[in-house]
Design a protein around this ligand. Structure first.
Ligand SMILES: NC(=O)c1ccc[n+]([C@@H]2O[C@H](COP(=O)([O-])OP(=O)(O)OC[C@H]3O[C@@H](n4cnc5c(N)ncnc54)[C@H](OP(=O)(O)O)[C@@H]3O)[C@@H](O)[C@H]2O)c1
Length: 284
């Protein structure tokens, strides 16, 4: 698909895989809206894109740990009054201790699942104005660390485990993708998700402690670069091969089966209802 002049909205474009994705999509001629927690970092990314010959991105402030901020950002995108051809839900967080958002949610679940759920729902009208629109959700093979969503302790009140909470939030991305694809059946829009590989980025770098600082250095030789990590995101945003594919999970630019709990439609349905109730946002 030629993306020259196409409007692409990206979350988490201020670091890692999202920053690479934004740069590569801009190089291919896309017009970007970057939803950024840190507008200074967003401005630096925008300057680099313009310096490389890309169109100047629009910057919108959004802290995904606050649903009010997510709603405001979505509203600001809608107020641009232009169709959204692609929504790339890329931003994510890994925490080594339990944190609670201003809304009272466990932060990993809130940032990685609740925020893109609401953002996507609010942007649906603008996506539906662009025939052939695509929603791309950056999930993870980390869903393999868990076996279910843990509906009895969604906010890790009983106990908090870094990889379990992160894995569940990424499982939520996969289940959300399945449910949304089903709901959008018959409409000119697709939604897919992906694992970007193990990528050397700043993911988890905000955590304190020696292990949090040393682990990335030890793992770095085994990890791929952010540009390489962006490949499957770019593929799902641009390739003609996937124009008619929806509700699927990809890794290394190939469709792959997620683990069985990533194909559990009853869990996907339950998660959808739980998320609508928790966020107070009901899909149109
Ligand atoms: N790295 C890997 O090996 C790997 C593997 C599988 C999946 N993934 C997934 O890939 C995606 C990108 O991760 P990455 O590795 O590129 O991480 P990263 O380098 O840490 O970048 C994360 C991005 O998300 C943004 N973000 C985090 N919390 C936010 C919040 N509350 N509000 C708004 N934006 C927020 C960050 O903004 P700031 O710049 O302000 O911090 C940054 O732009 C994530 O969904 C992650 O789960 C990564």
């Amino acid at each position: 698909m030629n993306i020259t002049g196409k409007h692409i909205v990206i979350t988490g474009a201020t670091a890692g895989i999202g920053e690479s994705s934004a740069r590569i999509l801009a190089e291919q001629g896309a017009q970007l809206t970057l939803l950024c927690r840190n507008l200074d970092k967003g401005a630096a990314v925008a300057r680099a894109i313009v310096a490389a010959g890309g169109s100047e991105p629009t910057l919108v402030a959004m802290d995904m740990a606050s649903l009010a901020s997510v709603r405001e950002a979505a509203q600001a995108v809608l107020e641009q009054k232009r169709p959204v051809n692609i929504l790339l839900n890329n931003a994510g967080v890994v925490n080594t201790s339990r944190k609670i958002t201003v809304d009272g949610f466990e932060e990993t679940l809130a940032v990685n699942h609740f925020a893109p759920f609401v953002l996507t729902g609010m942007l649906l009208p603008a996506l539906l104005e662009a025939p052939g629109a695509r929603i791309v959700n950056v999930a993870s093979a980390a869903h393999e660390f868990v076996r279910d969503m843990g509906f009895d302790d969604m906010h890790a009140e009983q106990s908090f485990k870094t990889f379990r909470e992160y894995g569940r939030s990424k499982l939520a991305n996969i289940l959300f993708t399945r449910s949304l694809a089903e709901r959008l059946q018959g409409q000119p829009i697709t939604v897919n998700c992906l694992h970007p590989g193990a990528v050397s980025t700043s993911l988890g770098a905000q955590n304190k402690g020696l292990a949090a600082r040393i682990l990335p250095l030890l793992l770095k030789p085994f990890f791929r670069s952010a540009d390489k990590g962006a490949e499957t995101s770019i593929y799902l945003c641009t390739s003609d091969e996937v124009s008619d594919v929806s509700g699927a999970y990809f890794a290394n630019c190939k469709q792959k089966q997620p683990k069985p709990w990533g194909r559990d439609d009853a869990a996907a349905k339950r998660l959808w209802a739980y998320t609508e109730e928790s966020t107070g946002f009901t899909y149109p």
